[in-house]
Design a protein around this ligand. Structure first.
Ligand SMILES: Nc1ncnc2c1ncn2[C@@H]1O[C@H](COP(=O)(O)OP(=O)(O)OP(=O)(O)O)[C@@H](O)[C@H]1O
Length: 253
């Protein structure tokens, strides 16, 4: 059994091509511990995004064996996996009329997924069924799930401020945000769902140095609290990564 937070073994990705199929990578292994920030670099087209989406179980062309907390990925439903392993695409997709709504939506969905998973488990166990309803959720706010005010504006505000996002108005429409603000809102939204592993696919691409530094600081703080982070980056090293791995010609080194 793996002792890492996350492990992947024998990762393979084969995509359709004109000649039939093309293998992007094969037999890759990767491990990451809680609190680590690993930069995944390599030439364009090497398969970095394909590997990250494979880790997120979002890549239909990829295969392999993965473990989270020593448990095989096959023991997690796709929803349970995504609750723990968050994939952040380069271009933020911000759904909602304003920043507060954008941030609240995945939080609500994450809670609902937790409850769904809990209900599934409870169906299998009368004893746990009795306990259902008494249990307190130990989420990042430590609140129970019984009201719409689980994530009130004041808490969103405080969280954004703590992440260096005091320039972002909660009432602002997502399409009015600058690129740097949108990137940080997207990041804050994901971090609030408290994933164990964050897969950040070029989230600082296209940002100016100041905004890229803010994004790096947010990730660094999250890692200091125990989150593991894998970043795909094309920018020069920023000193935040604990380790850099290169994907090239189908291999990781
Ligand atoms: N669904 C798909 N169908 C066909 N080819 C694909 C598919 N997904 C990825 N590829 C190909 O796989 C290769 C790896 O793509 P990927 O985006 O993972 O590389 P990358 O290292 O992230 O590149 P970049 O740094 O430019 O973003 C590319 O040649 C891409 O065209």
């Amino acid at each position: 059994m793996s002792t890492y937070l996350f492990s992947a073994r024998d990762m393979t990705c084969t995509v359709p091509s004109q000649d039939g199929e093309r293998t992007i990578f094969q037999g890759l292994s990767f491990d990451i511990d809680a609190g680590e920030i690993v930069d995944l670099v390599g030439p364009s087209g090497a398969g970095k995004s394909s590997l990250l989406t494979a880790f997120a179980r979002l890549n239909p062309h990829a295969d392999g064996t993965m473990f989270l907390d020593g448990r095989p990925a096959t023991e997690f439903s796709p929803q349970q996996w995504r609750r723990r392993v968050a994939y952040l695409p380069q271009k933020p997709v911000l759904i909602g009329e304003n920043v507060a709504q954008v941030i609240r939506l995945p939080w609500t969905l994450a809670i609902r997924n937790d409850d769904d998973a809990e209900q599934d488990a409870n169906r299998l166990s009368d004893r746990r069924l009795q306990a259902h309803g008494k249990r307190r959720r130990s989420g990042i706010w430590g609140t129970t799930h019984n009201g719409v005010d689980m994530l009130p504006d004041a808490k969103i505000r405080a969280t954004l401020d703590a992440m260096g996002c005091d320039d972002i108005d909660l009432a602002r429409a997502p399409h009015d945000l600058s690129g740097g603000q949108a990137a940080r809102v997207s990041l804050a939204r994901t971090l609030l769902t408290d994933p164990s592993l964050l897969l950040a696919d070029e989230v600082d691409a296209g940002l100016d140095d100041a905004n890229a530094a803010k994004v790096a600081a947010i990730l660094s703080n999250a890692a200091a609290r125990g989150m593991a982070v894998i970043r795909i980056r094309h920018r020069p090293p920023d000193g935040v990564a604990t380790r850099t791995v290169t994907l090239d010609e189908g291999g990781l080194r």
